[in-house]
Ligand binder design. Structure first.
Ligand code: ADP
Ligand code: GLC
Length: 468
């Protein structure tokens, strides 16, 4: 069975968040299953990976976006270094950028990607068994292969759409329709939601099946889905929740080259302590106190707007008996407020930016990982932290409630239900009490490291779904 994953991100080529981690790992694990040939197709980016690897040009052609004729080149990485065939689609001016997101004309960018991929496959008569589309950036693909005469060759190819984040739907005005490959116009309703072209809604309507990255999140979409609640209810019969895994080859505390002190479950307590001491020294924190960390995008869905108040309140309430370290960037108000607190509180360290190596060090060093997410379709941070013996303190939502159980009911993490400062600080106070109980913390480190979040099970679930 031949599967093409279509995605705007893939680790380690280009990563903004968890989508990259999933697309960089899932195909690799699928390829370990007999009879499966999973590949990844993504836009070309001006990133070190493409300069450090050799590519063959496997296709060179043209597409039209209204009056504009665009060159499309498809490059294949020569060695399958990632454990799967990697194809990168280059369109000068649109798909040759430094980063996946953040451009005013992103609608043109993602249309060019979807159009370019389908043009290449049709022109070269490549007919996969499954096109697996990830998030709204590739959400129009199921519609396009059914309703654009240009892709007649692909008609009937099965499509799966995976919703990694329903907060982003890629809505655009109907004026954009003229930049799409020409389609049977009377089918317009399959792209429409409330008077806009809505790629995520179209993916739900037109794919053979769609998935969310946890079961918990799927349940929540029926109640809260930025206007698509009724659609997901209507299409419920082809909806599946499949929890993400983690790449245990990349995220292995025994071999992780980004750690100062590697460890296994046997020496985790001592080695984690050494990692923590080093990190605390570097950032002026106090190694004898519990270390709480937050890693992530400063977005309201992550509850990042609550962090400044969490910092001062937790320090005040505990009389300075904890450390907090935050790694991330995003909303400038949050960044500035946190910068201010960095000067005010010696127990608080901040590193603004995206630093892959530092995230690994923090997962290995921290005692607790904070995730006050308002929305968390799956969340990978909690799984990385658990694998590195760090206790997750999470809001009970989406994928977090599927992966982290509270210590009070036999789990090895801490849950809180409401994403508010008082509830978060209360959970942190519970964590401090645990930290100070001899033996309990050690048991929790071991219990967390014993969880198995490897991709194998979920990779099998996707294959079962394709077979269906
Ligand atoms: P999301 O994709 O919604 O941001 P996930 O939990 O699925 O959330 O994945 C986030 C990924 O991005 C993890 O691999 C996490 O370690 C990483 N990450 C987030 N922010 C940063 C940062 N500032 N520096 C390094 N890695 C980060
Ligand atoms: C999205 C979600 C996150 C999920 C990731 C990978 O970015 O916000 O919860 O883990 O996709 O599926």
């Amino acid at each position: 069975m031949v599967i093409y994953h279509l995605s705007t991100e893939c680790y380690p080529v280009a990563k903004v968040g968890g989508l990259a981690d999933v697309v960089g790992a899932l195909p690799k694990y699928q390829n370990k299953i007999k009879g499966i040939d999973a590949k990844v197709v993504m836009p070309w980016y001006n990133k070190s990976f493409v300069h450090d690897h050799e590519f063959d040009i496997v296709f060179d052609g043209f597409i039209h976006q209204a009056e504009n004729m665009l060159q499309v080149q498809v490059m294949k990485e020569k060695t399958n270094a990632l454990g799967f065939e990697l194809y990168m689609v280059k369109v000068p001016g649109l798909l040759d950028r430094d980063n996946p997101y953040g451009y005013q004309d992103e609608s043109f960018q993602f249309l060019a990607f979807q159009h370019g991929v389908l043009h290449w496959l049709s022109a070269m008569e490549i007919r996969p068994d499954v096109l697996h589309c990830h998030d709204y950036h590739t959400g129009l693909v199921p519609f396009m292969i059914q309703n654009c005469p240009e892709f007649q060759f692909l008609k009937g190819v099965k499509t799966i759409g995976t919703i990694h984040n329903g907060e982003y739907q890629g809505m655009m005005s109907w004026n954009m329709a003229k930049y799409m490959p020409s389609f049977d116009s009377y089918k317009w309703g399959l792209m429409d939601w409330n008077g806009y072209i809505n790629p995520l809604a179209s993916m739900i309507k037109c794919s053979d099946a769609f998935t969310t990255v946890s079961e918990g999140y799927l349940e929540e979409l029926f109640i809260s889905f930025r206007g698509l609640e009724s659609l997901v209810r209507q299409e419920f019969g082809k909806a599946y929740g499949i929890i993400n895994g983690i790449d245990t080859e990349v995220w292995d505390p025994e071999t992780d080259p980004m750690l100062d002190f590697n460890f296994s479950i046997k020496n985790a307590v001592a080695q984690k302590k050494k990692n923590k001491e080093k990190l605390c020294k570097e950032y002026g924190l106090k190694p004898e106190l519990p270390l709480f960390a937050f890693i992530g995008r400063f977005a309201t869905e992550k509850g990042a707007d609550l962090l400044p108040d969490v910092v001062w309140k937790s320090i005040k309430q505990s009389y300075g008996a904890l450390n907090i370290m935050i790694l991330g960037s995003g909303n400038s108000y949050i960044e500035n407020k946190l910068k201010e607190y960095e000067y005010t509180y010696t127990n608080f360290a901040l590193d603004l930016g995206y630093k892959e190596y530092l995230s690994h060090k923090i997962y290995a060093s921290a005692d607790f990982l904070l995730m006050p997410s308002r929305v968390e379709p799956c969340g990978l941070n909690q799984m990385y932290s658990m694998r590195y013996g760090t206790v997750p303190v999470v809001r009970y939502t989406g994928g977090l409630r599927d992966t982290v159980e509270d210590i009070s009911t036999g789990g090895a993490g801490l849950n809180f239900t409401y994403p508010g400062v008082d509830d978060i600080v209360h959970a942190m106070n519970r964590a401090i009490a645990i930290y100070n109980q001899k033996g309990v913390m050690e048991d929790l480190i071991h219990a967390n490291m014993n969880f198995d979040f490897a991709w194998e099970k979920s990779a099998e679930k996707y294959i079962a779904l394709y077979n269906n």
